[in-house]
Design a protein around this ligand. Structure first.
Ligand SMILES: Cc1ncc(COP(=O)(O)O)c(C=O)c1O
Length: 395
């Protein structure tokens, strides 16, 4: 079923206020997500935070169930955490890496993930190997297969990188990981809410994601999926009295499920809002969402190619809603600031956010115009004319 644009835009108060092409930063939330958060905050103020949380128990349970429905996993394989980075870290740092271990990652790795790999390599003597990319910019699955040996301890892949339209072939990587019986950690921060994420087809053992981007949920929310068998094998790097129980003066027992990756204190209003955001996406359908996003982003890329001085930098055979470009007249930061003055939101992707890819492709700072299903052709026209105007005024 195609998305009812009038309805989703009417549901999104920000649509009448701003031209928002910064969905890879934080998307505009729909009204039900806003109402759920505000409603919970009001309850906290009226009856007390702990009491409001107890009352919200069914809604919080729905958040786990909705995420599980989206991924096709069990609710007790899902941990709610504060962002995608923390989710990724809790899984990654739980791995008992040693000096003989190899961690395989890819060229479009997100900075925080790669920094963590380098830290673990420094601390344990493990090696970090970068799988080469194909001519299309995707992780090269044949090269990955050829790199597999008994020392490979983990494959870590960024599904949709922060700096462009690429969608990596996660399911093909999952097949290699499964054939070798190696854990596969998928950074789905930019893909969650943008496209279907069927765990059984992707074959990842762990998956990290955030609430505020394509899921249109609240800031300060994220989640981690860990496959049942791996939950039992992983000891999170941080434990508290929620993740574990202090059973005797010198012993503790970790939660048997994914709760072992959580902390006791949490942003309850955000977690309630996250469940509503996931339900909103599920109701529209993730296939329909991805179809619409690909259409909008494809139209934007075509339109950008007609603008004098602009180069579009997106790679990949399958492309996401993230569109990146540079212009010879102005820097990305100047373009972002000038567009902001015209109530147009974009962000800037710097080489340090994806250093391996940026260096391999000699990328400058890029303007990142990331579109969602609720963006329209009319907004693309307005965007391109605002951009032409900004570039025409370049000194
Ligand atoms: C690919 C990717 N992974 C991870 C993150 C980190 O997400 P968070 O800020 O929720 O920790 C981002 C944020 O932009 C990202 O683009």
């Amino acid at each position: 079923m195609a998305i009812d644009l009038d309805r989703v835009r009417a549901d999104t108060p920000g649509c009448s206020n701003v031209l928002h092409f910064n969905n890879a930063g934080a998307a505009l939330p729909p009204q039900p997500v806003l109402d759920a958060q505000v409603g919970h905050l009001e309850q906290e103020a009226m009856i007390g935070g702990y009491e409001a949380e107890a009352e919200a128990e069914p809604k919080l349970r729905r958040t786990y169930d909705a995420i599980a429905e989206m991924l096709g996993c069990a609710a007790n394989e899902v941990a709610l955490v504060e962002n995608a980075t923390r989710a990724w870290d809790m899984a990654f740092y739980a791995m008992p890496f040693g000096p003989d271990d190899r961690i395989l990652t890819s060229r479009a790795a997100y900075a925080s993930n790669h920094i963590a790999c380098l830290q673990v390599a420094n601390q344990t003597g493990a090696t970090v190997d970068v799988v080469p990319s194909t001519e299309y910019g995707e992780v090269n699955v044949d090269a990955l297969r050829a790199m597999m040996d008994s020392d490979v301890a983990m494959i870590a892949l960024t599904h949709v990188p922060t700096n462009g339209g690429l969608v990596n072939p996660a399911a093909e990587v999952g097949k290699v990981a499964q054939d070798a019986g190696i854990p596969f950690l998928l950074d789905a921060c930019q893909s969650a809410g943008q496209m279907p994420l069927p765990i059984d087809e992707i074959g990842c053992t762990m998956l990290s994601a955030t609430g505020r981007k394509y899921l249109r949920g609240p800031r300060g929310t994220g989640f981690l999926y860990v496959q049942r068998d791996w939950i039992e094998r992983l000891e999170p790097p941080l434990l508290d009295l929620h993740a574990a129980t202090w059973t005797a003066p010198d012993t503790y027992e970790m939660q048997p499920d994914a709760r072992r990756f959580e902390t006791w204190e949490s942003h309850v209003a955000g977690q309630v809002g996250l469940g509503v955001a996931v339900d909103y996406a599920l109701e529209l359908g993730l296939d329909a969402i991805f179809d619409r996003i690909q259409h909008v982003a494809g139209t934007l890329r075509e339109a950008l190619r007609t603008v004098f001085g602009v180069t579009v930098h997106d790679v990949g055979r399958v492309r996401s809603g993230i569109t990146t470009f540079s212009a010879k007249q102005m820097s990305a930061g100047e373009i972002q600031a000038a567009l902001r003055e015209r109530d147009v939101n974009v962000s800037v992707s710097t080489p340090s956010s994806t250093r391996l890819d940026a260096e391999a492709r000699s990328l400058p700072d890029l303007v990142r115009a990331s579109v969602h299903y609720y963006n329209t052709e009319d907004e693309i026209d307005r965007f391109v004319s605002a951009l032409r105007d900004v570039l025409a005024n370049a000194s």
